[in-house]
Design a protein around this ligand. Structure first.
Ligand SMILES: Cc1cc2nc3c(=O)[nH]c(=O)nc-3n(C[C@H](O)[C@H](O)[C@H](O)COP(=O)(O)OP(=O)(O)OC[C@H]3O[C@@H](n4cnc5c(N)ncnc54)[C@H](O)[C@@H]3O)c2cc1C
Length: 431
Protein backbone atom coordinates (compact mmCIF):
# COMPACT_ATOMS: atom_id res chain seq x y z
CA UNK A 1 0.00 0.00 0.00
CA UNK A 2 0.99 3.63 -0.40
CA UNK A 3 1.89 5.74 2.59
CA UNK A 4 -0.95 8.00 3.92
CA UNK A 5 -0.65 6.76 7.50
CA UNK A 6 -2.07 9.76 9.36
CA UNK A 7 -5.84 9.88 9.01
CA UNK A 8 -6.65 12.91 6.86
CA UNK A 9 -9.89 13.33 8.77
CA UNK A 10 -8.30 13.35 12.18
CA UNK A 11 -5.87 16.09 11.22
CA UNK A 12 -8.72 18.46 10.29
CA UNK A 13 -10.79 17.73 13.35
CA UNK A 14 -9.95 20.89 15.30
CA UNK A 15 -11.63 23.32 12.95
CA UNK A 16 -14.90 21.50 12.88
CA UNK A 17 -17.17 23.02 15.53
CA UNK A 18 -19.71 25.31 13.90
CA UNK A 19 -20.87 26.60 17.28
CA UNK A 20 -17.93 28.90 16.72
CA UNK A 21 -18.87 29.68 13.15
CA UNK A 22 -20.80 32.68 12.06
CA UNK A 23 -24.11 30.93 11.32
CA UNK A 24 -25.33 33.37 8.68
CA UNK A 25 -22.07 33.44 6.75
CA UNK A 26 -21.45 29.71 6.94
CA UNK A 27 -22.58 27.79 3.86
CA UNK A 28 -25.04 24.95 4.48
CA UNK A 29 -24.51 21.48 3.18
CA UNK A 30 -27.24 18.86 3.35
CA UNK A 31 -26.17 15.25 3.35
CA UNK A 32 -28.83 12.64 2.73
CA UNK A 33 -27.96 9.12 3.81
CA UNK A 34 -26.14 8.14 6.98
CA UNK A 35 -24.19 5.12 5.78
CA UNK A 36 -20.38 5.07 5.66
CA UNK A 37 -20.23 7.33 2.59
CA UNK A 38 -22.63 9.98 3.92
CA UNK A 39 -21.04 10.03 7.36
CA UNK A 40 -17.58 10.42 5.81
CA UNK A 41 -18.85 13.26 3.60
CA UNK A 42 -20.27 14.91 6.72
CA UNK A 43 -17.00 14.55 8.59
CA UNK A 44 -14.78 16.12 5.95
CA UNK A 45 -17.25 18.87 5.01
CA UNK A 46 -17.65 19.83 8.65
CA UNK A 47 -13.89 19.80 9.06
CA UNK A 48 -13.68 22.17 6.09
CA UNK A 49 -15.85 24.71 7.92
CA UNK A 50 -19.21 24.00 6.37
CA UNK A 51 -22.44 23.71 8.36
CA UNK A 52 -23.69 20.14 7.89
CA UNK A 53 -27.19 18.75 8.32
CA UNK A 54 -27.47 14.99 7.79
CA UNK A 55 -30.83 13.39 7.02
CA UNK A 56 -31.73 9.71 6.98
CA UNK A 57 -34.93 7.80 6.35
CA UNK A 58 -34.38 5.45 9.28
CA UNK A 59 -34.47 6.08 13.03
CA UNK A 60 -30.68 5.77 13.26
CA UNK A 61 -27.71 5.84 10.88
CA UNK A 62 -25.43 3.06 9.64
CA UNK A 63 -27.82 0.12 9.72
CA UNK A 64 -26.13 -1.73 6.87
CA UNK A 65 -22.73 -1.01 8.36
CA UNK A 66 -23.97 -2.62 11.58
CA UNK A 67 -25.17 -5.64 9.62
CA UNK A 68 -21.74 -5.91 8.01
CA UNK A 69 -20.46 -6.11 11.58
CA UNK A 70 -22.32 -9.40 12.04
CA UNK A 71 -19.88 -10.92 9.56
CA UNK A 72 -16.90 -9.46 11.44
CA UNK A 73 -16.84 -6.07 9.59
CA UNK A 74 -14.32 -6.54 6.82
CA UNK A 75 -13.25 -2.89 6.63
CA UNK A 76 -10.64 -3.12 3.90
CA UNK A 77 -7.92 -5.37 2.48
CA UNK A 78 -4.20 -5.42 3.15
CA UNK A 79 -3.02 -6.30 -0.37
CA UNK A 80 -0.74 -3.96 -2.35
CA UNK A 81 -2.36 -0.86 -3.85
CA UNK A 82 -2.02 -1.98 -7.50
CA UNK A 83 -3.75 -5.26 -6.76
CA UNK A 84 -6.37 -3.54 -4.60
CA UNK A 85 -7.48 -1.08 -7.27
CA UNK A 86 -7.67 -3.91 -9.82
CA UNK A 87 -10.71 -5.22 -7.88
CA UNK A 88 -12.82 -2.39 -9.26
CA UNK A 89 -12.40 -3.80 -12.79
CA UNK A 90 -13.72 -1.37 -15.41
CA UNK A 91 -14.06 1.41 -12.83
CA UNK A 92 -10.50 1.03 -11.64
CA UNK A 93 -9.40 4.43 -12.97
CA UNK A 94 -12.00 6.50 -11.12
CA UNK A 95 -11.92 4.51 -7.89
CA UNK A 96 -8.11 4.61 -7.87
CA UNK A 97 -8.23 8.41 -7.82
CA UNK A 98 -10.52 8.35 -4.75
CA UNK A 99 -8.30 5.79 -3.06
CA UNK A 100 -5.22 7.88 -3.66
CA UNK A 101 -6.75 10.24 -1.08
CA UNK A 102 -8.06 7.58 1.27
CA UNK A 103 -6.82 4.02 0.86
CA UNK A 104 -6.88 0.95 3.07
CA UNK A 105 -3.98 2.20 5.22
CA UNK A 106 -5.66 5.59 5.66
CA UNK A 107 -8.87 3.82 6.64
CA UNK A 108 -7.02 1.83 9.29
CA UNK A 109 -5.41 5.02 10.61
CA UNK A 110 -8.81 6.71 10.68
CA UNK A 111 -10.30 3.80 12.67
CA UNK A 112 -7.35 4.05 15.07
CA UNK A 113 -8.24 7.73 15.50
CA UNK A 114 -11.58 6.52 16.82
CA UNK A 115 -9.82 4.16 19.22
CA UNK A 116 -10.49 1.08 17.07
CA UNK A 117 -7.44 -1.03 16.26
CA UNK A 118 -7.54 -3.32 13.23
CA UNK A 119 -5.75 -6.49 12.18
CA UNK A 120 -5.00 -8.21 8.89
CA UNK A 121 -6.49 -11.72 8.79
CA UNK A 122 -4.83 -14.70 7.12
CA UNK A 123 -6.69 -13.95 3.87
CA UNK A 124 -5.40 -10.36 3.85
CA UNK A 125 -8.80 -8.99 4.87
CA UNK A 126 -8.72 -6.25 7.51
CA UNK A 127 -11.08 -6.30 10.51
CA UNK A 128 -11.47 -4.28 13.72
CA UNK A 129 -9.78 -6.23 16.50
CA UNK A 130 -13.11 -6.84 18.26
CA UNK A 131 -14.76 -7.81 14.90
CA UNK A 132 -17.63 -5.45 15.68
CA UNK A 133 -19.14 -2.46 13.88
CA UNK A 134 -21.19 -1.01 16.74
CA UNK A 135 -18.34 0.47 18.87
CA UNK A 136 -16.77 2.13 15.83
CA UNK A 137 -20.08 3.54 14.62
CA UNK A 138 -21.04 4.75 18.11
CA UNK A 139 -17.76 6.62 18.58
CA UNK A 140 -17.89 8.04 15.08
CA UNK A 141 -21.43 9.38 15.46
CA UNK A 142 -20.53 10.81 18.86
CA UNK A 143 -17.55 12.60 17.29
CA UNK A 144 -19.71 13.94 14.46
CA UNK A 145 -22.25 15.29 16.95
CA UNK A 146 -19.47 16.93 18.92
CA UNK A 147 -18.09 18.44 15.72
CA UNK A 148 -21.40 20.12 15.03
CA UNK A 149 -23.09 17.85 12.49
CA UNK A 150 -26.86 17.99 13.03
CA UNK A 151 -28.71 14.70 12.51
CA UNK A 152 -32.32 14.52 11.32
CA UNK A 153 -33.73 11.00 11.45
CA UNK A 154 -36.99 9.71 9.98
CA UNK A 155 -36.59 11.96 6.93
CA UNK A 156 -37.07 10.04 3.68
CA UNK A 157 -35.94 12.08 0.70
CA UNK A 158 -38.55 12.16 -2.08
CA UNK A 159 -36.83 14.36 -4.65
CA UNK A 160 -36.82 18.05 -5.49
CA UNK A 161 -39.76 20.46 -5.35
CA UNK A 162 -40.30 22.74 -8.36
CA UNK A 163 -38.34 25.56 -6.74
CA UNK A 164 -35.38 23.28 -6.03
CA UNK A 165 -36.03 22.60 -2.32
CA UNK A 166 -35.45 19.07 -1.05
CA UNK A 167 -38.68 17.20 -0.27
CA UNK A 168 -38.75 14.80 2.67
CA UNK A 169 -41.45 12.47 3.92
CA UNK A 170 -41.54 12.78 7.71
CA UNK A 171 -43.71 10.93 10.23
CA UNK A 172 -46.36 13.67 10.24
CA UNK A 173 -46.40 14.49 6.54
CA UNK A 174 -43.93 16.22 4.25
CA UNK A 175 -41.24 18.80 4.83
CA UNK A 176 -39.15 20.81 2.40
CA UNK A 177 -35.62 21.98 3.07
CA UNK A 178 -33.59 24.55 1.18
CA UNK A 179 -29.86 24.16 1.08
CA UNK A 180 -26.76 25.51 -0.63
CA UNK A 181 -25.55 22.08 -1.77
CA UNK A 182 -26.41 18.44 -1.18
CA UNK A 183 -24.49 15.17 -1.01
CA UNK A 184 -26.68 12.20 -1.87
CA UNK A 185 -25.34 9.04 -0.22
CA UNK A 186 -28.44 6.87 -0.38
CA UNK A 187 -26.80 3.49 -0.90
CA UNK A 188 -27.80 0.79 -3.38
CA UNK A 189 -30.95 -1.31 -3.45
CA UNK A 190 -29.91 -4.36 -1.43
CA UNK A 191 -31.44 -5.13 1.96
CA UNK A 192 -34.10 -2.38 1.60
CA UNK A 193 -35.34 -3.10 5.12
CA UNK A 194 -32.17 -1.32 6.33
CA UNK A 195 -33.07 1.92 4.56
CA UNK A 196 -31.53 1.84 1.06
CA UNK A 197 -34.19 0.91 -1.45
CA UNK A 198 -32.99 2.50 -4.69
CA UNK A 199 -36.08 4.75 -4.84
CA UNK A 200 -33.70 7.62 -5.69
CA UNK A 201 -33.51 6.34 -9.28
CA UNK A 202 -36.76 8.12 -10.22
CA UNK A 203 -35.93 11.67 -9.01
CA UNK A 204 -32.38 11.47 -10.35
CA UNK A 205 -33.58 10.24 -13.73
CA UNK A 206 -36.10 13.11 -13.78
CA UNK A 207 -33.21 15.47 -13.06
CA UNK A 208 -31.46 14.22 -16.20
CA UNK A 209 -28.75 12.29 -14.36
CA UNK A 210 -27.64 9.19 -16.25
CA UNK A 211 -28.10 5.95 -14.30
CA UNK A 212 -27.03 2.41 -15.21
CA UNK A 213 -29.76 -0.09 -14.18
CA UNK A 214 -29.37 -1.36 -10.61
CA UNK A 215 -28.40 -5.02 -10.46
CA UNK A 216 -27.48 -7.52 -7.78
CA UNK A 217 -23.77 -7.89 -7.00
CA UNK A 218 -22.14 -10.31 -4.59
CA UNK A 219 -25.23 -12.47 -4.75
CA UNK A 220 -26.24 -16.09 -5.11
CA UNK A 221 -27.29 -17.73 -8.38
CA UNK A 222 -30.24 -19.97 -9.10
CA UNK A 223 -30.10 -23.58 -10.32
CA UNK A 224 -32.90 -26.09 -10.60
CA UNK A 225 -32.18 -28.44 -7.69
CA UNK A 226 -34.15 -31.59 -6.98
CA UNK A 227 -36.30 -31.68 -3.87
CA UNK A 228 -33.79 -34.12 -2.34
CA UNK A 229 -30.80 -31.80 -2.73
CA UNK A 230 -32.80 -28.76 -1.62
CA UNK A 231 -34.16 -30.28 1.54
CA UNK A 232 -31.11 -32.35 2.55
CA UNK A 233 -28.16 -30.17 1.59
CA UNK A 234 -29.24 -26.50 1.65
CA UNK A 235 -26.63 -24.68 3.74
CA UNK A 236 -23.87 -27.26 3.17
CA UNK A 237 -20.47 -25.76 2.30
CA UNK A 238 -18.50 -26.92 -0.73
CA UNK A 239 -14.80 -26.56 -0.02
CA UNK A 240 -12.47 -26.39 -1.67
CA UNK A 241 -13.64 -26.28 -5.26
CA UNK A 242 -12.11 -24.82 -8.39
CA UNK A 243 -14.62 -23.08 -10.66
CA UNK A 244 -13.85 -23.01 -14.38
CA UNK A 245 -15.66 -20.80 -16.88
CA UNK A 246 -15.16 -19.10 -20.21
CA UNK A 247 -15.41 -15.33 -19.92
CA UNK A 248 -17.17 -12.88 -22.26
CA UNK A 249 -14.02 -12.59 -24.35
CA UNK A 250 -13.79 -16.36 -24.86
CA UNK A 251 -10.89 -16.79 -22.44
CA UNK A 252 -10.87 -19.82 -20.12
CA UNK A 253 -10.70 -18.76 -16.47
CA UNK A 254 -10.57 -20.58 -13.17
CA UNK A 255 -10.63 -19.71 -9.51
CA UNK A 256 -10.36 -21.75 -6.32
CA UNK A 257 -12.52 -20.98 -3.34
CA UNK A 258 -15.50 -21.95 -1.27
CA UNK A 259 -19.23 -21.74 -1.79
CA UNK A 260 -22.43 -22.96 -0.20
CA UNK A 261 -25.31 -25.01 -1.56
CA UNK A 262 -28.53 -23.12 -0.92
CA UNK A 263 -32.19 -23.88 -1.40
CA UNK A 264 -32.27 -21.94 -4.65
CA UNK A 265 -28.79 -22.71 -6.01
CA UNK A 266 -25.33 -21.62 -4.90
CA UNK A 267 -23.88 -18.70 -3.00
CA UNK A 268 -20.71 -17.76 -1.14
CA UNK A 269 -17.41 -15.99 -1.69
CA UNK A 270 -16.28 -17.95 -4.75
CA UNK A 271 -19.54 -17.22 -6.58
CA UNK A 272 -19.54 -13.57 -5.46
CA UNK A 273 -16.03 -13.09 -6.82
CA UNK A 274 -17.08 -14.10 -10.33
CA UNK A 275 -20.66 -12.89 -10.04
CA UNK A 276 -20.31 -9.88 -12.37
CA UNK A 277 -19.17 -12.18 -15.18
CA UNK A 278 -21.95 -14.71 -14.50
CA UNK A 279 -24.59 -11.97 -14.34
CA UNK A 280 -23.49 -10.52 -17.68
CA UNK A 281 -23.53 -13.95 -19.34
CA UNK A 282 -27.03 -14.65 -18.07
CA UNK A 283 -28.17 -11.23 -19.32
CA UNK A 284 -26.85 -11.90 -22.83
CA UNK A 285 -27.34 -15.68 -23.22
CA UNK A 286 -30.04 -16.53 -20.72
CA UNK A 287 -27.71 -18.79 -18.72
CA UNK A 288 -24.13 -19.08 -17.50
CA UNK A 289 -22.10 -22.27 -17.30
CA UNK A 290 -19.73 -22.97 -14.43
CA UNK A 291 -17.69 -26.17 -14.20
CA UNK A 292 -16.70 -27.26 -10.70
CA UNK A 293 -13.62 -29.32 -9.99
CA UNK A 294 -14.71 -31.05 -6.79
CA UNK A 295 -11.41 -32.88 -6.27
CA UNK A 296 -8.70 -30.27 -6.91
CA UNK A 297 -6.16 -32.44 -5.09
CA UNK A 298 -6.12 -35.07 -7.86
CA UNK A 299 -5.40 -34.92 -11.56
CA UNK A 300 -8.12 -36.42 -13.71
CA UNK A 301 -5.88 -39.41 -14.57
CA UNK A 302 -5.01 -40.08 -10.94
CA UNK A 303 -8.66 -39.82 -9.97
CA UNK A 304 -9.72 -42.20 -12.75
CA UNK A 305 -7.15 -44.72 -11.53
CA UNK A 306 -8.31 -44.43 -7.95
CA UNK A 307 -11.98 -44.86 -8.89
CA UNK A 308 -11.18 -47.80 -11.19
CA UNK A 309 -9.88 -49.97 -8.33
CA UNK A 310 -12.24 -52.83 -7.40
CA UNK A 311 -15.04 -51.31 -5.28
CA UNK A 312 -16.04 -54.54 -3.49
CA UNK A 313 -19.06 -54.06 -1.21
CA UNK A 314 -18.66 -50.30 -0.90
CA UNK A 315 -21.56 -48.11 -2.02
CA UNK A 316 -20.66 -45.54 -4.69
CA UNK A 317 -21.09 -42.70 -2.18
CA UNK A 318 -18.72 -44.38 0.24
CA UNK A 319 -16.30 -45.07 -2.61
CA UNK A 320 -16.31 -41.41 -3.68
CA UNK A 321 -15.59 -40.39 -0.11
CA UNK A 322 -12.71 -42.85 0.27
CA UNK A 323 -11.16 -42.63 -3.17
CA UNK A 324 -11.94 -39.05 -4.30
CA UNK A 325 -12.12 -37.37 -0.89
CA UNK A 326 -15.66 -36.08 -1.53
CA UNK A 327 -17.76 -35.18 1.50
CA UNK A 328 -21.53 -35.88 1.55
CA UNK A 329 -22.43 -32.49 0.00
CA UNK A 330 -20.01 -32.94 -2.90
CA UNK A 331 -21.25 -36.52 -3.40
CA UNK A 332 -24.85 -35.30 -3.45
CA UNK A 333 -23.93 -32.74 -6.08
CA UNK A 334 -22.29 -35.43 -8.23
CA UNK A 335 -25.36 -37.68 -7.95
CA UNK A 336 -27.63 -34.72 -8.69
CA UNK A 337 -25.92 -33.81 -11.95
CA UNK A 338 -24.67 -37.13 -13.31
CA UNK A 339 -26.49 -39.74 -15.35
CA UNK A 340 -26.37 -43.47 -14.55
CA UNK A 341 -24.02 -44.47 -17.41
CA UNK A 342 -21.39 -41.98 -16.21
CA UNK A 343 -21.79 -43.06 -12.59
CA UNK A 344 -21.06 -46.62 -13.70
CA UNK A 345 -17.89 -45.71 -15.63
CA UNK A 346 -14.91 -44.73 -13.37
CA UNK A 347 -13.06 -42.89 -16.15
CA UNK A 348 -16.10 -40.86 -17.19
CA UNK A 349 -16.97 -40.29 -13.54
CA UNK A 350 -13.49 -38.90 -12.84
CA UNK A 351 -13.92 -36.49 -15.76
CA UNK A 352 -17.31 -35.44 -14.39
CA UNK A 353 -15.96 -34.82 -10.86
CA UNK A 354 -13.15 -32.71 -12.30
CA UNK A 355 -15.56 -30.67 -14.42
CA UNK A 356 -19.09 -30.84 -13.05
CA UNK A 357 -21.34 -28.60 -15.19
CA UNK A 358 -23.61 -26.16 -13.35
CA UNK A 359 -26.17 -24.30 -15.42
CA UNK A 360 -26.93 -21.00 -13.69
CA UNK A 361 -30.31 -19.54 -14.63
CA UNK A 362 -30.52 -16.22 -12.79
CA UNK A 363 -28.89 -14.11 -10.10
CA UNK A 364 -30.91 -13.74 -6.92
CA UNK A 365 -32.89 -10.48 -6.58
CA UNK A 366 -30.99 -7.33 -5.68
CA UNK A 367 -32.89 -7.05 -2.38
CA UNK A 368 -31.01 -10.16 -1.17
CA UNK A 369 -27.61 -9.21 -2.55
CA UNK A 370 -24.70 -7.93 -0.49
CA UNK A 371 -24.25 -4.98 -2.82
CA UNK A 372 -25.63 -3.27 -5.90
CA UNK A 373 -24.04 -2.89 -9.30
CA UNK A 374 -25.12 -0.09 -11.61
CA UNK A 375 -26.14 3.33 -10.35
CA UNK A 376 -25.20 6.89 -11.23
CA UNK A 377 -22.76 6.70 -14.13
CA UNK A 378 -19.42 8.25 -13.25
CA UNK A 379 -19.45 10.05 -16.61
CA UNK A 380 -22.45 12.03 -15.31
CA UNK A 381 -20.22 13.48 -12.56
CA UNK A 382 -17.13 15.64 -12.49
CA UNK A 383 -14.01 14.60 -10.57
CA UNK A 384 -15.44 16.05 -7.32
CA UNK A 385 -18.47 13.74 -7.82
CA UNK A 386 -20.77 16.69 -8.59
CA UNK A 387 -23.51 16.01 -11.14
CA UNK A 388 -22.64 17.82 -14.35
CA UNK A 389 -26.31 18.49 -15.04
CA UNK A 390 -27.11 19.57 -11.49
CA UNK A 391 -24.44 21.86 -9.99
CA UNK A 392 -24.36 21.63 -6.20
CA UNK A 393 -25.54 17.99 -6.18
CA UNK A 394 -22.79 15.55 -5.16
CA UNK A 395 -23.16 11.77 -5.10
CA UNK A 396 -21.18 9.15 -3.18
CA UNK A 397 -21.00 5.51 -2.13
CA UNK A 398 -22.88 2.55 -3.45
CA UNK A 399 -25.24 4.80 -5.44
CA UNK A 400 -22.43 5.16 -7.96
CA UNK A 401 -21.89 2.80 -10.87
CA UNK A 402 -18.96 0.70 -9.68
CA UNK A 403 -18.78 -2.74 -8.16
CA UNK A 404 -16.25 -4.91 -6.40
CA UNK A 405 -16.17 -8.33 -4.77
CA UNK A 406 -16.40 -8.79 -1.01
CA UNK A 407 -13.10 -8.42 0.83
CA UNK A 408 -13.42 -4.89 2.24
CA UNK A 409 -13.38 -3.27 -1.20
CA UNK A 410 -16.99 -2.10 -0.90
CA UNK A 411 -16.60 -0.18 2.32
CA UNK A 412 -13.23 1.26 1.33
CA UNK A 413 -14.65 2.76 -1.87
CA UNK A 414 -17.72 4.04 0.00
CA UNK A 415 -15.55 5.84 2.56
CA UNK A 416 -13.22 7.19 -0.11
CA UNK A 417 -15.99 8.45 -2.40
CA UNK A 418 -17.76 10.01 0.60
CA UNK A 419 -14.56 11.87 1.36
CA UNK A 420 -14.20 13.01 -2.26
CA UNK A 421 -17.81 14.24 -2.42
CA UNK A 422 -17.74 15.91 1.02
CA UNK A 423 -14.54 17.80 0.21
CA UNK A 424 -15.81 18.66 -3.26
CA UNK A 425 -19.05 20.04 -1.83
CA UNK A 426 -17.21 22.10 0.79
CA UNK A 427 -14.90 23.58 -1.85
CA UNK A 428 -17.82 24.28 -4.17
CA UNK A 429 -19.67 26.10 -1.37
CA UNK A 430 -16.62 28.26 -0.63
CA UNK A 431 -15.79 28.92 -4.28
C1 LIG B 1 -25.04 -8.49 4.80
C2 LIG B 1 -24.01 -7.48 4.32
C3 LIG B 1 -22.72 -7.58 4.76
C4 LIG B 1 -21.75 -6.68 4.29
N1 LIG B 1 -20.46 -6.79 4.73
C5 LIG B 1 -19.51 -5.98 4.23
C6 LIG B 1 -18.15 -6.10 4.65
O1 LIG B 1 -17.83 -6.86 5.57
N2 LIG B 1 -17.22 -5.30 4.05
C7 LIG B 1 -17.55 -4.40 3.07
O2 LIG B 1 -16.66 -3.74 2.53
N3 LIG B 1 -18.84 -4.22 2.71
C8 LIG B 1 -19.81 -5.00 3.26
N4 LIG B 1 -21.12 -4.82 2.88
C9 LIG B 1 -21.45 -3.73 1.94
C10 LIG B 1 -21.45 -2.35 2.66
O3 LIG B 1 -22.16 -2.45 3.87
C11 LIG B 1 -22.10 -1.32 1.74
O4 LIG B 1 -21.39 -1.29 0.52
C12 LIG B 1 -22.06 0.08 2.37
O5 LIG B 1 -22.78 0.11 3.58
C13 LIG B 1 -22.65 1.12 1.43
O6 LIG B 1 -22.49 2.37 2.01
P1 LIG B 1 -23.34 3.63 1.56
O7 LIG B 1 -23.02 4.71 2.52
O8 LIG B 1 -23.11 3.89 0.12
O9 LIG B 1 -24.86 3.18 1.70
P2 LIG B 1 -25.66 2.56 2.93
O10 LIG B 1 -24.76 2.00 3.95
O11 LIG B 1 -26.68 1.68 2.33
O12 LIG B 1 -26.34 3.84 3.59
C14 LIG B 1 -27.31 4.57 2.89
C15 LIG B 1 -28.14 5.36 3.88
O13 LIG B 1 -29.07 6.13 3.14
C16 LIG B 1 -30.33 6.06 3.76
N5 LIG B 1 -31.35 6.29 2.73
C17 LIG B 1 -31.60 5.55 1.64
N6 LIG B 1 -32.60 6.10 0.90
C18 LIG B 1 -32.96 7.22 1.56
C19 LIG B 1 -33.91 8.25 1.30
N7 LIG B 1 -34.71 8.24 0.22
N8 LIG B 1 -34.00 9.28 2.17
C20 LIG B 1 -33.20 9.35 3.26
N9 LIG B 1 -32.29 8.40 3.55
C21 LIG B 1 -32.18 7.35 2.72
C22 LIG B 1 -30.40 4.69 4.36
O14 LIG B 1 -31.32 4.63 5.43
C23 LIG B 1 -28.97 4.47 4.80
O15 LIG B 1 -28.76 4.89 6.15
C24 LIG B 1 -22.11 -5.67 3.37
C25 LIG B 1 -23.44 -5.56 2.96
C26 LIG B 1 -24.40 -6.45 3.44
C27 LIG B 1 -25.83 -6.30 2.98
Amino acid sequence: MRQPTKSPVQSEQVTCDHERMNEAATPRLTIIGGGPSGLMAAEVACAAGVRVDLYDAMGSVGRKFLLAGKGGLNLTHGEPFAQFVGRYAERRGAVESWLQEFDGDALRAWARGLGVETFVGSSGRVFPSDLKAAPLLRRWVRRLHASGVTFHMHHRWLGWADGGALRFAVPDGERSVTTDAVVLALGGASWPQLGSDGAWVAPLTDAGIDIAPLQPANCGFELAWSEHLRTRFAGAPLKPVVAHWVDRHGIAQHRQGECVLSEYGIEGSLVYAIGAELREQIATRGEAMLYFDLAPGYTQTALAERLSAPRGKHSLGDWLRRRAGLDPAKCALVFELTGKPTLADPVALAAQIKSLPLRLRAPRPVAEAISTAGGVRLEALDETLMARKRPGVFIAGEMLDWEAPTGGYLLTACFASGMRAGRGAARWLRR
